[in-house]
Design a protein around this ligand. Structure first.
Ligand code: TRP
Length: 337
């Protein structure tokens, strides 16, 4: 039985996805297809623009969308069930963004913690911060409620945004009538996946990531660079799996070998080099079918474009309905009938 609710999630088109994206988001997107009636998964290209400062960066958007969508499809997002599309292909989201900006107090936006972080990251000041970045959560709200989605799978870092979305919805509904349902965050349960440095969360920016679409050799080479127990200097030293990021990843990719690895590592029976070989094998096995499917989708001429066009058409039909309702309720249009 599927629940008659809509799911929406968005991700900035960041190119090839990595283990962290998969464990934190993508596999959950896939699972939600079984639980809910309709899921929309969106590559939010306009959001990507909020922090881009050069033509080099924007020049990568199209390729990044393609790579990310190929990963989504290979992971099991099913375009027959789910609506897979690009944010800017449904331009009604920009209309809704503008209209929602009329009911959103600046104070709410300035208080969002991620806003302050981004301003710092961009080395912007209160004077130079782009207007679009201030409105980031308004655009995100527009994404969700344009489709009247009620369930929004996100990571913990997005909770303040979702809370703001709910406040904007409440305010809109109070002023203009009950047009929108309040969206609910749906937290993905999974511990943070650390990067190969064993320090920071896995990310492309930190270059401590392992791409899902990497070859077996690339995967092995990346895993080889992973930081293990820093106190285990020699092969004969016993290791401490509880501080080792390689061991943490065995939980996901070699769940049946956990006890053995623990025993052998703490007894210095297995060295870090062999342990990493084991992890690389685990990752490669885990993603072998994924990689096969991805190659197949990538080789079909025009396939990704076709999926995205169909997604934009289906999303666009819902969007037009909502915009009509919003414009009527805000007095921009005579009520039909
Ligand atoms: N802000 C989200 C992120 O950085 C991406 C996003 C944009 C999103 N619009 C959304 C997520 C709507 C969920 C719903 O990860």
């Amino acid at each position: 039985m599927t629940l008659p609710k809509r799911v929406f999630s968005g991700a900035r088109p960041s190119g090839r996805q990595h283990l962290g994206n998969y464990m934190g988001a993508i596999r959950n997107y896939v699972a939600l297809q079984e639980e809910f009636d309709e899921c929309l998964y969106c590559a939010v290209d306009v959001h990507a623009l909020t922090t881009m400062t050069s033509k080099e960066e924007t020049g990568e958007i199209q390729q990044n969308i393609r790579e990310m969508v190929l990963d989504w499809l290979a992971a099991g997002l099913n375009p027959e069930k789910s609506i897979i599309f690009v944010q800017s292909h449904v331009p009604e989201v920009m209309t809704l963004h503008t209209l929602l900006s009329m009911v959103t107090p600046m104070g709410w936006l300035m208080r969002v913690p991620t806003f302050k972080d981004k301003v710092r990251q961009m080395e912007a000041t209160d004077e130079s911060v782009p207007y679009g970045l201030v409105g980031y959560p308004v655009l995100m709200t527009a994404d969700i409620i344009l489709y009247k989605a009620e369930v929004v799978p996100v990571g913990e870092d997005q909770l303040p945004h979702l809370e703001l979305s709910r406040e904007i919805v409440r305010r809109f509904n109070n002023l203009f009538g009950p047009v929108f349902p309040e969206p609910q965050a749906r937290l993905t349960e999974s511990p943070m996946i650390l990067g190969t440095d064993g320090q920071a969360k896995m990310s492309k920016t930190m270059n401590n990531h392992i791409e899902l679409a990497a070859t077996e050799d690339e995967t092995a080479a990346k895993v080889k660079t992973m930081v293990t127990d820093p106190q285990r200097a020699r092969r004969t030293d016993p290791g401490r799996p509880w501080v080792c990021n390689v061991y943490k990843l065995h939980h996901w990719f070699n769940p049946d070998k956990l006890d053995e690895v623990y025993r052998e590592c703490t007894a210095a029976g297995i060295g870090c080099v062999d342990d990493k070989k084991l992890l690389a094998e685990g990752v490669n096995t885990y993603f072998s079918e994924f990689r096969e499917r991805r190659r197949e989708f990538a080789s079909r001429d025009g396939y990704v474009e076709e999926v995205l066009l169909d997604g934009a058409n289906r999303a666009g039909a819902i969007a037009k309905e909502t915009i009509r309702e919003v414009e009527e309720s805000m007095g921009l249009r005579l009520k039909a009938r």
